[in-house]
Design a protein around this ligand. Sequence first.
Ligand code: SF4
Length: 359
Amino acid sequence: MEERVERQFVPARVIFTNEALAYPLGKKLWETFSGLGIPVIRTARQDVASLIPGATAREIYQEAKRTLAVGVRRGTRFETCRPSADYQLPLVASCPGSCQYCYLHTRFGRHPYLRAYVNIEEILARADRYIAERHPAITSFEAAASGDPLPLEPYTGALKTAIEHFASQDKSRLRFVTKYVNVGSLLAARHAGRTRTRLSVNLPGVIRKWEGGAPRLEERLEAVHALAKAGYPVGFLIAPVFLFADWQKAYGELLDRLAGEWRSWELPEETTVGEAGEKEPSLTLEIVSHRFTARAREAIREIFPQTSVPFEQECRSFRYGQFGYGKYVYNRELLNEMKAFFSEQIARKLPRARLEYIV
Ligand code: SF4
């Protein structure tokens, strides 16, 4: 069998805050990147954006996507993370990819530089307090709420640390979603079935046109197969779903392909979680329709002036989201049609999988 080749993200520069260098992981990252000959910068300032070169919005964006800021995650609260999980687990932010429709355009605007937090033990201790406060309810955490955690994993090992931490935390679940395929370091991690790993997938045409720098669908399917073989409960996140002409045919074919892959792996339909031997469906699906904010639309048009990402307003409704900003979502009629379509297709093509939500 051909061996999977894992490409690694290499930043153009790494900026460290002084306080990050007081942590062992901060020191280790400084040595790693210096050893690789990558420019390392030490700063007392929190204003990393001012250290990133570039004259135009597009240049600044491109340079930001090649810049890693290493810092300390402060604050005593985690953001909530509905519908994916109870809380966000802030280990990293942003990612080196250039998906034109990226949901992070709203949050990071022109400065989507990557962030890695070095105080992982403190972050996990905070998660433990949430678990204790909510006991005996299960508390779930999403490690990919503010970016993709895989590209930085070869350097920080943060995700593996979190997976092994939650493996022994009763009443906890960890989840993360990724488009990246460097999952090798996670395969031998002790996870006890408590971490669900999901791959974000879409139509090959969407990936080709709008997901610059992200791996192809075939590579993502290989990665999720490797994770499933390693005993992780897994999932497919189909996002964002674009409701263009003939969308039913295109997404129906994608579901055929996912269902065919899943069947061909011949893996158990249920996964055992923790020592108590609780059972969960091995495969889940999540479906997210395309949405955008006015701020994101403005940033996308500035960075990708030729973009063909659809921002048509006639089929959209305006809604206020979790963080108080308004977003354009497909109108009720289209969303209902989409929900009926995916519910029926998934029940028929992947009957043992759990459909978590369609939004
Ligand atoms: S991989 Fe995810 S986080 Fe990264 S650019 Fe694409 S949508 Fe945004």
